[in-house]
Design a protein around this ligand. Structure first.
Ligand code: PFF
Length: 460
């Protein structure tokens, strides 16, 4: 369809505002909340990290979430189509977002698959007394450090195939019956499951030491630019910003919808979940330190892959009733992960539907099958673990910053759509962003450019 033409016939809609909010929270709440936020906070000043984090949320997270919602809602298209309507030469920006989604989809699935295996293992405490060894040698079947082996590990391939099959089925059911239903059921279930887990964690012996370790502020970090970069990076990743996801999800809202109000619910809901996760994870780590008779600061592996697949299994194996705790933890990872994965896959699928006018179901299946094939080849063997880090650095740390700068530049610097978007927000929303909004986004862009340069230099 040419720029500005009517959207493809019968563009799907969310059933209502709540469905949209749950889906957007589903995208935002993910591994970034459960295993990234607590570790980032701990390593970047503890309680003092809340200052750059909150400022990043208020100055960048929320304004850019407004921007993406405004673009998607106003121009009613997937990322490439909506971006082309923002500026006639900006379609590529949308495709860049789609490309990053594609990369994330490949490895996010791997982690969901591992979590699914570990959900299963938790009932019988298969990981036993040496979870580090179990994860590396028995589960992933890694060879000697530094050697790569491409042989497919059936125990890893099977859950991966299951996760992809489920994902493709949900995508094929469409926005209303598939994506929406997953989130409407999945997000409340996640909140309940993780909430119970958090309460249980808070009553473990040593829990308060863990929480104290997390929140004890070290204000000296506030002069360190890297801490600020970490805070902005965390907010971007966590709110799924600059991936084209929020543009896509907003494009399925009805025309006369309140844009800013729900966006604020999403932003604060997501941060609340991060805080809850911080409490739960560090209470559990406090317990581990207590059991081992060491300080919380002596513990290793407090975030990411190690937290989930080595440190937590070690705690679970020692805890009374650990099986249930473990099953709830891994079920939370699967739910949080799946609802984020569906958002990146929908972003890709929607882009092709809009570009070529393909039927939604066929496109969803085609996009899903191509991703599934690559993901299964890449992550069923021991190479997966090595791919993770590199992919994360380039796509999530460098790629999205570039994608954000390009999106803002197209909307507010080079195009004449800035005022239109601002007026659009004011017209359809209960909470008006006000005049400061474009100025704020512009200042943030300068900061992003700085972040991009320093990250690029450190990766080069
Ligand atoms: N926001 C998700 C998290 O915090 O885990 C990650 C994510 C999901 C990023 C979807 C990007 C995305 F498109």
């Amino acid at each position: 369809a040419p720029a500005g033409s009517a959207p493809p016939q019968g563009r799907e809609h969310w059933s209502g505002q709540t469905a949209f909010i749950l889906a957007a929270i589903g995208s935002a709440v993910g591994l970034g909340n459960i295993w990234r936020f607590p570790g980032q906070a701990y390593e970047n000043g503890g309680g003092a990290f809340m200052i750059p984090y909150l400022l990043a949320l208020l100055t960048a997270g929320i304004p850019i979430l407004f921007l993406e919602n405004a673009i998607g809602h106003r121009f009613r298209g997937s990322a490439p189509l909506a971006m082309r309507r923002v500026h006639r030469s900006a379609e590529g920006v949308g495709w860049f977002h789609v490309a990053i989604c594609f990369v994330i989809g490949l490895y996010y699935t791997a982690i969901i698959a591992w979590s699914l295996s570990y959900f299963w293992f938790s009932f019988r405490l298969d990981y036993g007394d040496d979870p580090a060894q179990f994860f590396a040698s028995q589960y992933l079947q890694l060879g000697e450090p530094g050697t790569l082996s491409a042989h497919i590990v059936p125990g890893v391939a099977l859950p991966l195939v299951l996760v992809w099959a489920l994902t493709i089925a949900i995508l094929a059911l469409g926005i209303h019956k598939g994506v929406e239903r997953l989130n409407v059921v999945g997000i409340p279930l996640l909140v309940v499951t993780f909430g119970i887990l958090a309460v249980r964690a808070l009553f473990l012996p040593g829990a308060t030491d863990g929480i104290e370790a997390l929140f004890t502020p070290d204000y000296s970090v506030l002069t360190d630019p890297d801490v600020w970069i970490a805070a902005y990076g965390q907010v971007f990743f966590s709110l799924s910003l600059a991936y084209g996801v929020m543009i896509t999800y907003a494009s399925y809202r009805r025309r006369r919808s309140n844009v800013t109000g729900p966006a604020l619910v999403v932003a604060f809901g997501n941060s609340s979940f991060s805080l809850l996760a911080g409490l739960a994870v560090f209470a559990t780590l406090g317990y581990l330190a207590h059991v081992q008779g060491v300080g919380v600061s002596d513990l290793q592996g407090i975030d990411g892959v190690n937290l989930s697949f080595v440190t937590f299994p070690a705690v679970i194996a020692q805890m009374p009733g650990g099986q249930l705790f473990g099953a709830m933890f891994f079920a939370s990872l699967v739910l949080a992960g799946l609802t984020s994965l569906i958002s990146v896959m929908q972003t890709i699928s929607a882009a092709f539907q809009d570009k070529f006018g393909w039927n939604p179901r066929t496109t969803a299946v085609a996009v899903g099958c191509v991703s599934a094939a690559l993901s299964i080849v890449g992550f069923s063997s021991s190479t997966g673990l090595f791919l993770l880090d590199t992919v994360d650095q380039w796509s999530n740390q460098l790629g999205i910053v570039a994608g954000a700068i390009a999106m803002i530049a197209a909307a507010l610097w080079f195009g004449r759509r800035g005022h239109e978007l601002e007026r659009h927000l004011a017209a359809v929303s209960t909470i008006r962003p006000g005049r400061y909004w474009p100025a704020l986004v512009n200042v943030v862009t300068l900061l992003l450019i700085y972040m991009f340069m320093s990250k690029a230099i450190s990766l080069a």
